[in-house]
Structures are given as C-alpha cells and as structure tokens.
Design a protein around this ligand. Sequence first.
Ligand code: NAD
Ligand code: WQD
Length: 341
Amino acid sequence: MAKILVSGGTGYIGSHTVVELLEEGMEVVIVDDLSNSERKVLDGITSITGIEPHFEEVDLKDRKATYGVFEKYPDINAIIHFAAFKAVGESVQKPLVYYENNLLSLIHMLEAMKHFNIDNMVFSSSCTVYGEPDVLPVSENAPLKKANSPYGNTKQICEDILQDTINSTEGLGVISLRYFNPIGAHPTASIGELPIGVPNNLVPFITQTAAGLRESLSVFGDDYNTPDGSAIRDYINVVDLAKAHVKAIRRLLDQKQLSAFEVFNLGTGRGLSVFEIIHAFEKSTGQKLNYKIVDRREGDIEKVYADTSYANDELGWKAEKGIEETLQSAWKWEMNIQSKH
Ligand code: NAD
Ligand code: WQD
C-alpha cells in the first residue's frame, strides 16, 4: 500500500485530497502546523472515510522537526506538498513572511526527500503564474508573466527550485499542478473551506453574504472587456481537483520516471464571469444575493481559463462536476458551519 505524506493536509484542498487518497486505499501521513487550519478537520476526514489519517503537527520551516517526521515514518513513497501561505493581499503587506514560509517549507521537503531517498513529489502551483495570458485558453506552454504579488512570485520561484533540483538529482520526479480557482466543498459537507476573517475569494464571500454574515457582495468591476463586463475565471470543484492528485501520484509511482518535471493545468476549461457565478448560485440554491458593483480590485486580471487538454490526455483527468452542483456544495458547507455557531 502506498504511503503518502501530505503537507498542508488539514487545509482546504489538502483535506479533500486526503479523503480521495484514503478512499483509493492509500495510507496518509498529514503534516500541518495548523497555521491556517484546525485539528477538527481530521474528524471530518474520518467521518467521511472511516479512516483516521496519521497527523503530525509540525512547522516545515523547522528543518529538524521536518526530518523527525521522516524518521518516524521511514517508508513514505511520495509527497504532496500543499503547505504554503496563500493570501495574495497579505503577501503584499508581509512579503518576507511569504517568502520565508513558502520557500523554506519546499526547500526542507526537498532536502528531506534527498536524505531519506524519496523520489516523488506533487506540488501545488497556481494559474497565477500566467498573469494575464496573451492567448486563451491558456496552456502549460504559455510564457510566465512577472508575478503581481509576492505570493505569486513564491509559486514561480518554487517551480524554478523544483526544476533546478530535478536537473541535479537523478531519479527525482515532480508533478506541478497549476490550479485555477478551486471552489465548493465535499458533498457530505463534512469538510470545506474555512476562511479566517473576511473572505478575499468570491465564493466564500457569496455564501457568507447569503447566510447573512455580510451585508452585500461587492462585484469588483463591470467594465471589463467581457460579454457582461465582469471578470472571467475558471472555477474548479475542489473534489475534482483532489482526484487529480490521486492521478498524479499514480503516474509518479507507476512510471518510475527518471528526472522529470511535469506541469499540468487543473481547471474546467470553461470561463465564467462574476455575474454568471452570482446567477448560478441564486438558481441552484434558491437564495437571493445582495450585491453591488464597485471599482475594479487592484491587481485583478480580466480573464483566464485553462486549456485542459494536456491534463485530459496525459494525466487521464477531467473535471466532472457542473457549476450548480459545485455552488450547492459550497452553500451546504456554509449552512453546516453556521449551524455550529
Ligand atoms: P490552506 O491554507 O487551506 O491550506 C494550506 C495548509 O498548509 C494549512 O492547513 C496551513 O496550516 C498549512 N501550512 C502553511 N504553512 C505551513 C508550514 N510552514 N508548515 C506546516 N503547515 C503549513 O490553502 P489551500 O487553499 O488548501 O491551498 C493549498 C495549496 O494550494 C497552497 O500551496 C496554495 O498556494 C495552493 N493554491 C491554492 C489555491 C486556492 O485558491 N485555494 C489556488 C492555487 C494554488
Ligand atoms: C474571483 C473573481 C474578482 C471577491 C485568487 C488568487 C490566485 C489563486 C486563486 C492561489 C475575480 C471577483 C472576488 C469579491 C468579486 N489562488 N470578486 N468580489 O483573484 O481569481 O484568484 O485565488 O493561487 O492566485 O489571486 O480569485 O476568488 O478572489 O476572485 O467581484 O468579493 O471574483 O474580482 O474576478 P482570483 P477570487
């Protein structure tokens, strides 16, 4: 049975991925310092799968503690590295915190992989590396644009670190997955996204507004060069996204590929505008949403959506869930959170 170390495994995407790995019969060791997640996420994972994953509360900035995990679990076959800070605005305010956390965590992981002879890693990257693409849908070969936030820059630097490490390490295989906009929650509503404070992202803000926690949603700009004037993104269901990680792990373990760095886009291939998301939410949940149009948000791009053909053909993965089902899952999760407060 494959044993997978999942860093950031109590986080939003990590927890959904742990569920999929366990359901595929893999053994999971979660490493998380709980800096942006809660221990009770483990209960959610266990209630869905009936399996309690191993959990180590470790800060990956701590090299010694990181090595300690590998000493405790000497038979790890592969790593999925989710652990990172991800708030774009906060990264502009605290760049050093972001560079320190996101780069050091990866470096310590790679050092440990070398020391403990582990050959396989799946890395969480982001469509943010494309900036505002010249060609849509954007493919993995598109040129990367200068990052418009320290957060985005950490993803570009991490990909460079991975490529350079592969060039110098025989037998190392890394798959970098560039997520577009992950949304929604597990259909059981036992796990989901837990934004701290006022959400920056669209869908958590929508569900909190519908739940009455926020007065109204601000639509950031209706004067973009898009059919309805609002900005366009590729919103991908988090469970679909999680399943892609299982495919990536299997690809690494089965192929036994030598010194390869592969990159895959994970999106639906379909761009949706902010207004389309609002209307799909209202239609699928029956909730009326208060919203107002305000100025554009600084740093936002106009439109981005994925060319998913490489992931479809090569990884054998395709997004399956529709936007309405996905928004319903986000709403069910929000109601679940509210019922507990
Ligand atoms: P999240 O914050 O919910 O999960 C990240 C987890 O990593 C958290 O549980 C946090 O406690 C943990 N962590 C952070 N620093 C750590 C450290 N030094 N040591 C140990 N644990 C640490 O975020 P998420 O949305 O699940 O994102 C997971 C990954 O995917 C991140 O790398 C993120 O940059 C990337 N990503 C996210 C999105 C998105 O929109 N959510 C989009 C593209 C890429
Ligand atoms: C989506 C759309 C907003 C909130 C961010 C990161 C990116 C990646 C995914 C990690 C945009 C609009 C939003 C609101 C709005 N994360 N919006 N009102 O900005 O596409 O991407 O998350 O790698 O790096 O930048 O996602 O959910 O913030 O915004 O109108 O209150 O919704 O302008 O068009 P974004 P988002």
